[in-house]
Design a protein around this ligand. Sequence first.
Ligand code: GDP
Ligand code: MG
Length: 264
Amino acid sequence: STEVARPSHLKSKPVVVIVIGMAGSGKTTLMQRMNAYLHQTRGRGYVINLDPAVSSLPFGANIDIRDTVDYKNVMKEYKLGPNGGILTALNLFSTKFDEVMNLVERRASELDYVLVDTPGQIEIFTWSASGAIVTEAFASTFPTVIAYVVDTPRSTSPVTFMSNMLYACGILYKARLPLILAFNKADVARHDFALEWMEDFEAFQASVESDASYTSNLSRSLALVLDEFYQNLSSVGVSAVTGLGMEDLFQAVEKGAEDYMSNY
Ligand code: GDP
Ligand code: MG
């Protein structure tokens, strides 16, 4: 076999889960639920907040970007709006990310999972330097996976679903890490429709074309791209509010971590 030599500093624990998704998809609530589930069942978690603009957190963060950068000051100092303030705050924070890694590494032997909350500006992970710095810092040290949180009730229209999946696909393409689609808010809407679309290319294509009330080569090509994308991920239905699907989610995380270790 042609096994790639693994850098000696890649550890097998803890597993890092970077939680990414649109604003309002439920990342922060899911973080809290995952953390609570960990404490009850699976082991020790470490929680990192990278959202400088969150007003209050439902969990006690071990590391919180808000202790280091005040994004409102960043807005003033750099004459930015809220969006630019958040992106710049994260860029500033990422220049000191080795300090974060030192803290995590010092605790690593006692930890099973590191959960990382992020802002809804997901261009951080497709475009900004900070997203690449953060993902590479984790991924070069620990098995690292991405949990992409989908607002399921808001993704029931085929065109909205497709654009959300294209975002997730962009993140996968850039980060090259195992990706889990966490279809959140299962207490409001189940993700069966999504599974059907993901498994049956023609059903999805037909839905897109009827929803958009036009047939275009573009939507056909995009659906084809996504068909390939779906081969490379796992999907689980979860509810951050009721706790539904937490064991499935962590099993998907473990599978992603195994994939990561064997493909690194
Ligand atoms: P974030 O912006 O992605 O961090 O999302 P939040 O965690 O702040 O959640 C946004 C809104 O969605 C809040 O009102 C949450 O209470 C709600 N929410 C999050 N998860 C769920 C869920 O599983 N079910 C329901 N019904 N609401 C949820
Ligand atoms: Mg949040």
